[in-house]
Design a protein around this ligand. Structure first.
Ligand code: NAD
Length: 332
């Protein structure tokens, strides 16, 4: 069986999670870790039994790899992805990067273009679409069971008390929600956004967006970094002329309400063999990337691609401009 030789770059909580998941997989071999923070790299290397590197350049010149996970963070959780991603792409490696693709659109564009020019696969950890519930909902869309799409409503909230930049919530939380919206309803043409600062906060920690899709469908999104865990975290509702589905709490349940029919279809996450917890969204996403590489898919077939990550960030950039100008903004 083919196995991807993987290195994880950036060994914070998320990079360590990636490494643990690759270690469990049949289709991958954890081969190295790399962090500019020597202590973090060494600790992960000891734990995983792989060599540690402190620079991507050195790592790619010293060992044979097929792909890397880039789980760096930085400003707005996205400024540090650029350098290691470009170095890995230039070394001819496939890359699975954390969201947001970048906190700067121009750098996101450079990364997507570099991967295309090199012919390597570039995916983003848009993990919310990698659940059985989302897969079934997508199948319903593709089978025409929603019909002509009319509106999509999405909400997502977690508590995140970081205050790194005024736009942190919009840029770092909503790659997930906007990706889910694009996944089901396609490209977004224009956006209007309002945001508020919760009591005691200095950043735009809660936001609501109105969107118009290229298809003509309408979108509404609410999101927040102000709500403690314990509530359902994400809800997705897509309605069309033939039916409507609701995904409740990321992966717990998806219900299809066919138009004019009193009988609905419900998929509930099973206790045995179902998703255990949110970490399984990572397992599914990383597993799909590895499976796609092992199956030799072409770079433009990557599910949750760099281009998808970039498209979501462009919507968020338009939303920020909308807050600043109090206007409806076309997505660039
Ligand atoms: N997909 C999800 O559901 C999800 C959830 C949470 C966080 N994230 C994302 O995961 C990423 C990482 O989060 P975290 O909390 O682990 O971050 P973190 O800041 O704790 O860790 C990042 C690590 O990257 C290292 N690093 C930075 N630049 C580097 C470089 N050039 N080469 C090598 N190492 C470098 C840092 O030294 C640090 O140890 C963020 O982008 C965040 O948005 C995704």
């Amino acid at each position: 069986m083919k196995k991807q030789r993987v290195a994880v770059i950036g060994l914070g909580p998320i990079g360590n999670k990636h490494a643990d998941i690759y270690r469990e997989m049949d289709g991958a071999v954890m081969t190295a870790v790399c962090d500019i923070d020597k202590e973090r790299a060494d600790r992960a290397a000891d734990r995983l039994g792989v060599p540690a590197f402190y620079s991507v350049r050195e790592m790619v010149s010293r060992i044979e790899l097929d792909m890397v996970s880039v789980a760096t963070g930085g400003e707005e959780f996205g400024s540090d992805h650029y350098q290691p991603t470009m170095e890995a792409i230039n070394a001819g490696l496939h890359v699975l990067g954390e969201k947001p693709i970048s906190n700067e659109i121009s750098r996101g564009e450079e990364m997507v273009n570099a991967a295309r020019d090199k012919g390597v696969c570039y995916g983003i950890n848009l993990n919310h679409r990698f659940t059985p519930a989302a897969r079934l909902a997508k199948q319903w869309v593709d089978e025409g069971r929603i019909g002509h799409q009319l509106f999509i409503n999405v909400s997502m909230w977690i508590m995140n008390l970081r205050e790194s930049s005024p736009w942190f919530q919009i840029k770092a939380l909503h790659p997930h929600t906007v990706d889910i919206m694009r996944h089901f309803a396609g490209d977004i043409e224009s956006v209007q956004c309002f945001a508020v600062k919760a009591p005691g906060r200095n950043i735009w920690s809660t936001a609501q967006f109105n969107m118009k899709f290229k298809s003509g469908a309408l979108g509404h999104l609410s999101g927040s970094y102000d709500i403690e865990r314990g509530h359902p975290m994400e809800r997705v509702e897509l309605a069309g002329t033939k039916g409507r589905f609701v995904i409740d709490d990321v992966f717990r349940e998806v219900t299809l309400f066919p138009a004019g029919d009193m009988v609905k279809q419900v998929y509930s996450n099973p206790v045995f063999g179902g998703m255990r917890d949110f970490d399984d969204t990572f397992r599914n996403r990383l597993g799909t990337f590895i499976e796609q590489l092992n199956n030799g898919v072409s770079p433009n077939e990557i599910d949750g691609s760099g281009a998808d990550g970039l498209a979501a960030q462009k919507v968020l950039s338009a939303a920020i401009e909308s807050i600043q100008t109090e206007t409806v903004v076309k997505v660039g």
